[in-house]
Design a binder for this molecule. Structure first.
Ligand SMILES: C[S@@+](CC[C@H](N)C(=O)[O-])C[C@H]1O[C@@H](n2cnc3c(N)ncnc32)[C@H](O)[C@@H]1O
Length: 280
């Protein structure tokens, strides 16, 4: 019989051998998922033997991870700003650095803010759902070019109790160019096409390319969005756009050319340029 301890140790070693980071954590998360248990609880059950069916299931999950499938897709969820979001292939796995956009909005706006916001390129709904929950009176529109992200956002909004509006569209071009939004957030695709092949296999081979690659120079989509955003933001309205760590200067300049004001770059917690803040 295989014990929990033995399973974790064996898979930790196999993951390390395959160059997978956080090997033990991955083994624990996948076994906890197979056992429908919390990861913390495994630590008090280390000498327990695994039933044959559970062992088979847990081994199959770990085999998937060995082929570099992201652990979040395998277990079907990822935490963002303290809440669990369902994720699946077709939506980007939300990243911790994107939480900074929510923090910035919380610094600038009061919780009872009643304005209108849009999240361009909602993916799993991490930003749109979190904004709707942190600002209960804000009206939040979630948009994406693709259908799967909108479906997943709808599912996450329902599960977490957020009320959103939805639109499948390319940027904001379909919305009449009149000041409508008090807050616009976006984490658009911004990876340079030539950097794509160098991404970790978890990202390159499993996450949607259209969520990652930002067209020519990596900033093509960001720059186009800035021109669509500027006329649709109310005077004094706020924009937060995530970008790559070398794109801060270019995007501040592009924001100014689009007619946005007070453009500044906010760093993430690793000290890297990460978010463009600007006002209409
Ligand atoms: C980097 S992901 C961000 C997902 C999510 N907001 C997050 O932060 O985890 C970019 C998203 O933008 C969407 N997207 C790409 N081009 C778009 C466009 N032209 N208009 C609207 N959405 C777009 C992609 O489908 C993808 O869901």
């Amino acid at each position: 019989m295989t014990s929990i301890r033995h399973f974790i140790e064996e898979w930790r070693e196999r993951f390390i051998g395959a160059g997978i980071e956080d090997a033990r954590l991955n083994a624990e998360l996948l076994l906890a998922h197979a056992l429908r248990a919390r990861r913390d609880d495994l630590l008090t059950r280390l000498d327990e033997s695994l039933p044959a069916e559970t062992l088979k299931h847990a081994n199959a999950l770990c085999e998937r991870r060995l082929k570099r499938e992201p652990v979040d897709y395998i277990i079907g969820r990822r935490e963002f700003f303290g809440r669990e979001f369902h994720v699946e292939p077709g939506v980007l796995i939300p990243r911790p650095e994107t939480e900074r956009i929510v923090e910035l909005a919380l610094e600038r706006l009061t919780r009872d803010f009643t304005g209108c916001a849009v999240d361009i390129g909602c993916g799993s709904g991490a930003l749109a759902v979190t904004l709707a929950l942190e600002f209960p009176r804000m009206r939040v529109l979630a948009t994406d070019l693709h259908a799967v992200p909108l479906d997943v956002t709808r599912r996450n909004a329902q599960a977490l109790g957020a009320r959103l509006w939805y639109a499948q569209m390319d940027g904001l071009a379909a919305i009449r160019p009149a000041p409508l939004f008090d807050l616009i957030v976006s984490n658009p695709p911004y990876v340079l096409p030539e950097d794509y092949a160098e991404l970790q296999p978890e990202v390159r081979d499993f996450e949607p390319r259209e969520a990652l690659v930002g067209g020519k120079d990596g900033i093509e989509i960001c720059v186009r969005l800035l021109h669509e955003i500027a006329p649709r933001l109310k005077p004094g309205g706020l924009l937060y756009m995530e970008h790559g760590m070398t794109q801060g200067n270019q995007l501040r300049e592009a924001a100014a050319r689009a007619g946005l004001k007070e453009a500044r770059t906010v760093k993430d917690y690793a000290g890297l340029d990460r978010i463009l803040e600007a006002r209409a």
